[in-house]
Design a protein around this ligand. Structure first.
Ligand code: 5GP
Length: 208
């Protein structure tokens, strides 16, 4: 069976990547697995432990790092975030496309370990829209918003490291999701992922 694609999706807070990923995977649950990250940040009202994140203390997180259980991890706005490795490799071997919704430092670490991972950055159309979305969320203090805005500027600066950029305009999450689905369809057809075809191509003729 073909292995699934490892899909890294990054985007600053306010890029709407959660909504786009929900659109992308809707009705395609059989094709995709969402990697549930571990984090030390406090749950938001919409978070569900074990579904959006595995919430834990810094001590618990550091045990996972020490035990080598993380594919990658990074500190982002004063909290740890990381990807447990085992569920990712299991799902890939099972032929599922695995989505890692992670920030840029972790994304680059994954790309080093898994060079054929597909790196996609989702962005709002411009910085003004991004700031308005961050303020509109209303769940964070001014101090956190400023920190996230500063982090966002650093993340946008790294977009040259990504394979694809997808713009998520207001009200257009479904279009952004379809852009990503098109990217993944093309990625699946890349020569490097399909060299087994050459090896097997005349195999049945040779036998006769
Ligand atoms: P939030 O607190 O808004 O849920 O996430 C903050 C940032 O952490 C987002 O950019 C999100 O993509 C990133 N993030 C979530 N999980 C992981 C992870 O497992 N590893 C890394 N490196 N970043 C993550």
């Amino acid at each position: 069976m073909n292995k699934g694609l490892l899909v890294i999706i990054s985007g600053p807070a306010g890029s709407g990547k959660g909504t786009v990923i929900a659109e992308l995977t809707k009705g395609r649950e059989n094709e995709f697995r969402y990697s549930v990250s571990a984090t030390t940040r406090k749950p938001r009202p919409t978070d569900v432990d074990g579904v959006t994140y595995r919430f834990m203390t810094r001590e618990q997180f550091e045990v996972l790092i020490a035990d080598g259980e993380m594919l990658e991890y990074a500190e982002y706005v004063d909290n740890y975030y990381g990807t447990p490795a085992r569920p990712v490799y299991e799902a890939l071997n099972d032929g599922k496309n695995v989505i890692l919704e992670i920030e840029t430092i972790g994304a680059l670490k994954v790309k080093q370990k898994v060079p054929d991972a597909v790196m996609i950055m989702i962005l709002p159309p411009d910085g003004k829209t991004l700031e308005a979305r961050l303020r509109g969320r209303g769940t964070e203090s001014d101090e956190v918003i400023i920190k996230r805005m500063r982090t966002a500027i650093g993340e946008v600066a790294k977009l040259d490291k990504y394979d694809y950029i997808v713009i998520n305009d207001d009200g257009c999450a479904a279009k952004a999701a379809e852009d990503i689905y098109s990217i993944l369809r093309a990625e699946k057809l890349k020569t490097g992922r399909n060299l087994h075809i050459r090896d097997d191509y005349f195999a049945s003729e040779k036998k006769n």
